[in-house]
Design a protein around this ligand. Structure first.
Ligand code: SF4
Length: 190
């Protein structure tokens, strides 16, 4: 899977301390996307899915991990690899959040029946839909624009997500190898 970075502990893209994976490749090209550098595919950053899975599992073994978030780019533009990885995480972490620029309907039109079933079972929370700059209300937690939907498939997680969403947007800054990375849902002017 083409991956740009994996960071821990991230608290601005879902409840608790999370492992966040940024995938490469997105053909949606939303206006004012905050991750334009991840639009173009880059096979130099292609890592076998089992290695990505091992990396995530190793962090989970050595740290307190409350959830795992996949963002990008659009993780579903590498759907085969994504599904392999989330299958590998089954029983390992109850809270798996995936962002996608597809709407839920577009996504399930794209996936086979079997893939759809896996996604609905293995993904705990799906945040769906393209980013629409004009609909960025600078308030909505976890989503960049109000057209996007937070779909909680794992109902056990509703209380924890409802509580997290009430707290509003959060931003965290990481400095990795001389690179500053601002993580979270940004306001329009940022
Ligand atoms: S779907 Fe997300 S990553 Fe893709 S262009 Fe839109 S905002 Fe950017």
């Amino acid at each position: 899977m083409e991956i740009d970075r994996i960071l821990y502990p991230v608290e601005s893209l879902g409840p608790g301390k999370r492992v966040v994976v940024w995938t490469i490749g997105c053909s949606k090209h939303c206006k004012n996307c905050s991750n334009k550098e991840l639009w173009e595919k880059n096979n130099k950053k292609d890592i076998p899915s089992y290695k990505v899975l091992d990396l995530i599992k190793n962090i989970c073994k050595s740290e307190q991990v409350d959830g795992i978030t996949f963002t990008g780019g659009d993780p579903f533009e590498q759907k085969d690899e994504l599904i392999k990885i989330i299958e590998g995480l089954d029983g390992f972490c109850e809270d798996i959040l995936v962002y996608t620029g597809y709407t839920e309907k577009e996504l399930y039109d794209l996936l086979s029946e079997e893939e759809t079933e896996k996604v609905k079972t293995l993904v705990s929370v799906l945040i769906e839909g393209p980013y629409v700059d004009e609909l960025n209300d600078n308030v909505s937690c976890l989503k960049g624009s109000s057209n996007q939907r937070i779909i909680i498939y794992n109902k056990n997680l509703c209380p924890i997500y409802n509580e997290y969403i009430k707290q509003g947007r959060k931003i965290q800054n990481f400095y990795v190898k001389n690179r500053a990375i601002s993580v979270g849902i940004h306001n329009k002017e940022d």
